[in-house]
Structures are given as C-alpha cells and as structure tokens.
Write a protein that binds this ligand. Structure first.
Ligand SMILES: [Zn+2]
Length: 271
C-alpha cells in the first residue's frame, strides 16, 4: 500500500495529504474520534452563536419599552407646556382687569367729550381682550381634561411594555443558562475526545476547523470531497475507502472519511 501510494507521478505535485503516523493504527477509530470532535465543536459554535444573539433580541424588546416611555414623557412635556400657557393667560387677564379698573377711575378725571369717548373705547378694547383670553384659557383646560384619557392609554402602554420586557428578559436569561449548560456539557465531551486524539492530528484539526468554516473532517463520496466538492485521485479515494491511512483532501486539507455512494452522509453538518 505504501508503495502504491508513492509510485504515481501525480503524488509528487499534490500537497502532503497522507499522515504517515496512521500506519498500523486503527484508521477508522481515529476518524470516528475526529468526527466526534467536529460534532462537539459544531455544537459549541452553534450554542455560542445562539447565546451571542440573545442581547440583540432583548435589545429589540427594550427599544419598544423605551419608545413607550418616550411617548409618555413627550405627553407630560406637552401637558406642562399647556399649563404654563394657561398661567400666562391668567396673568394677562389679571393685568388687563387692573387696567380696566384704572381706566374706569380715569373716566372721572377726563375734561373733554373726546377724551371720555377715547377712554371708553380703550376700556371696551381691554374687556374684549380679557374675554378672548378667558376663552383661550377655557380651551386649554378642556384640552387638558381630554388629555387625561390619553395619559391613561400611554401609561398602560408603558406598563404593558415593561411587563413584556421583564418576561422576555427572564426567558432569555433562562435560555442563556440552558444553552450555557449545554455548551459546558459539549466542552467536557470535547475535552474527553480530544484527550484520545494524537496531538499531531489534533493540531491539524484545530487549524483547519478555524480556517475552513468550522469544518475539519469531510466525507469522501464518489471520489469527491463533500466539503470543497473537488475530486481526488482514484488511488487516494481507494485508500480512504479501504481505511488504510489517514488522508487529507489535497484541495482543502480536511481529513477525509469514506461515505458509501448509495447512502446519505449522516455525520455531515453544513457550515
Ligand atoms: Zn476538500
């Protein structure tokens, strides 16, 4: 088998894809360990990604709460502004009323008819202004009265969003705890398997897992690597099938294990 592997001219130009240390060892057992390693790593990666996505999901719920709070705050500001406006109008009414009283006293002091008529017209003007200001005040008070219903609805919305946020937060915290516990179990399993794998394979596996989209072990089916979908030489395919040596795909350098042509790969995981 060693000779077969070395005599073909094609082997000289392909990257080293046979790990010689596998000679005499149980190739299938080693590949099984590597597949188990990959399964544990894939699970840990999946769980870590899920855990990482939790704050973002909670953030979306938080945004809804913030928007409800902002709505209530804006409402309160507009109510404060209306109250201030009403007070200003109240002050203006008072000033004008005092003006009217003074103008009435002056009526006794005027000397000509013309001055008298002018003073009367002034009093009338001020009375009209007071009446207008009082109407406006009334309008503001009506507005404030009807705003109470709006305030109730806005407060209810804040309360609903707060309850929803607390509920989602509790759910997410429970989820993170659950996923974290699962990840811990897989990490323990991974350590257990890794301890059984030859350090030479392990370091190659770790390197390829990182640089090759979280996949360091791939099936070989119909002579094609099921990770990079490139074909390998028939001799290599035969040796993978016979389980005589640990092979790496010459193209993507992933460890290769044999997948029967008729069967679907069950251990393959995308991504
Ligand atoms: Zn490949």
């Amino acid at each position: 088998m060693m000779e077969n592997r070395r005599k073909g001219i094609e082997w000289r130009f392909t990257p080293p894809n046979v790990i010689e240390e596998a000679e005499g060892k149980n190739v299938n057992a080693i590949l099984e360990l590597l597949k188990e390693l990959q399964e544990a790593d894939a699970e840990m990666t999946r769980l870590e990604n899920l855990i990482r996505s939790v704050p973002e999901e909670l953030g979306q719920q938080g945004t809804a709460l913030e928007s409800a709070k902002a709505g209530l705050e804006a409402f309160h500001k507009s109510v404060e502004a209306a109250k201030k406006e009403r007070l200003l109008k109240e002050g203006a009414v008072e000033t004008k009323t005092q003006g009217i009283a003074k103008a009435k006293l002056k009526l006794n002091e005027v000397k000509t008819n013309q001055e008298y008529n002018a003073a009367l017209a002034e009093i009338e003007n001020m009375k009209r202004a007071v009446s207008l200001l009082e109407d406006e005040q009334l309008e503001i008070m009506e507005r404030l009265e009807s705003a109470r219903a709006d305030e109730k609805a806005l407060k209810e919305r804040v309360a609903t969003e707060e309850a929803e946020f607390a509920k989602v937060k509790a759910e997410k915290e429970a989820l993170v705890a659950k996923l974290g516990a699962e990840a811990k179990t897989w990490a323990a399993r991974r350590a257990e398997v890794a301890a059984k794998v030859d350090p030479a394979y392990l370091s190659h596996y770790d390197r390829i897992y990182k640089v090759r989209e979280n996949k360091a072990v791939a099936g070989l089916k119909n002579g094609y690597c099921q990770a990079c979908y490139q074909s390998v030489l028939p001799q290599l395919a035969l040796e993978v099938r016979m389980g005589t040596a640990i092979h790496k795909c010459p193209h993507c350098l992933r460890f290769l294990y044999y997948v029967p042509e008729e069967e679907r790969e069950t251990r393959e995981k995308v991504g």
